[in-house]
Design a protein around this ligand. Sequence first.
Ligand code: TXA
Ligand code: MG
Length: 345
Amino acid sequence: MVKETKIYLMSDLDDKDKSSEIAKLIQSGKLVVFPTETVYGLGGNALDPNASKAIYSAKGRPSDNPLIVHIADKNDVFQYVKSVPLEAKRLMDAFWPGPITFILEKNDLIPYTTTGGLKTVALRMPNHEAALKLIKQSNRPIAAPSANISGKPSSTAFKHVFDDFNGRVDAIIDGGDTTIGLESTVIDMTSAPTILRPGAITKSMIERVLNQKVLDLSNQLPTGEVRSPGMKYTHYKPKGNVTLINGLESHVKNYIRDFEITHHNKKVAIICPSEYEDLFHGFRLRLLGSIHDSALMSKNIFKALRDMDDWQMDEIFIYYKESDELGYAMMNRLLKAAGYHVLEL
Ligand code: TXA
Ligand code: MG
């Protein structure tokens, strides 16, 4: 069903009439796409099972993949869970508002549709003025997965959400480009702290606060039992084939040149740090930013993957090696985008 999608600016949240119009959308079970510091979210009232159903359907997401519930005040967490372990509280105090999501045991206020049938709920307080205003003004916790059609790269720019959701949601708040560009770290706190998805709040940052080692299951391959349903679905995929390529610079260059010769009907692109611009001179390139600036590369990665569809690329090679913890989080997304297809030369 095609809907009329209203486009708002962040400043509209400071306008009395427009902000109450937006708040009413959330309160009446409608969908509002909004910016956060990580990626855009596809939001609806987390307490309304019909709103959650509408989110799954607009996103095309399987309904067993749970949504993150966004709150605007740290203390609101107590309203929606059975208990908050001391370690979780310490991490919330250290990192909220910010790019980290905690899995805790839900209470009866959170419907099972929001948690994909799980007894646990994912909670996050985003560090973004517009997101916080939206939650406060609607006076509801907001369930929001990343605002992308299921399987596609997450959205880090207004264009991405407009391309995916114009005509499918009730409103989009244009927040420009998001600053972090990778989704939040997800950590399960229902037993020994376990990272399920790496992000800008890194394992060592968490360990420093807790003064203990934490587990990391985020690179578990999508087979067998999975702790986080998000781990088992295709993610971040452009339409073309994606290959992560590893090896000496000259070998990589020769391989891709030979590939272009033997597949002359295919449109080939390389995604890589800016330092390789000269190495790959003459190839179709999508540069990510300096190899020494993981924050910049992370901010750019989903945009780069989406550009591959705009450029109608058939074959995409990614030449990248992680060098720090943020790079590790980015590699987690790249591995998924490539369907774990890594070519070692
Ligand atoms: O930065 C972010 O986290 C963004 C912004 C919008 O806040 N949201 C986001 O949502 O990335 P989504 O739905 O794309 O990713 C949520 C991840 C999924 O992998 C999901 O399986 C996992 O968190 N998750 C959610 N609830 C869970 C639960 N109860 N138990 C285990 N994993 C859960
Ligand atoms: Mg997502």
